[in-house]
Design a protein around this ligand. Sequence first.
Ligand code: ZN
Length: 123
Amino acid sequence: MKRRICQQCGTQLRGRTDKKYCNERCRARSRYLFRKQQATNPVRLIDARLKQNRNMLSNLLSQGIHQVSKAQLQSGGFDFTFYTSIKHECPESLSIYCYDFGYSIVDDINIRIFEVTALPVLV
Ligand SMILES: [Zn+2]
């Protein structure tokens, strides 16, 4: 029979076969450490920012808003330092993407929001 040990402290487990921790303290400690790790995980933090940006662009478009000021977006929590890709359409035009939504710079104040209709197929 395989020896079962506490996933937190390594103590040999007794009792139920689906038991993961030796006691409540180890279970709580493990849960605390997992949440702490999740809260500081850089990939999760970056992904949360990207999704927030994407959702803001999506929500504005769903309300029929295609052009907005950068300041308006920033005041709503949009972070211009997070994006998934950039494409130079022509020397004067730059498209910045957050997943399937994007924006281009209209002038020093405004941006134009758009949805990507044809996504590349991943293989
Ligand atoms: Zn334990």
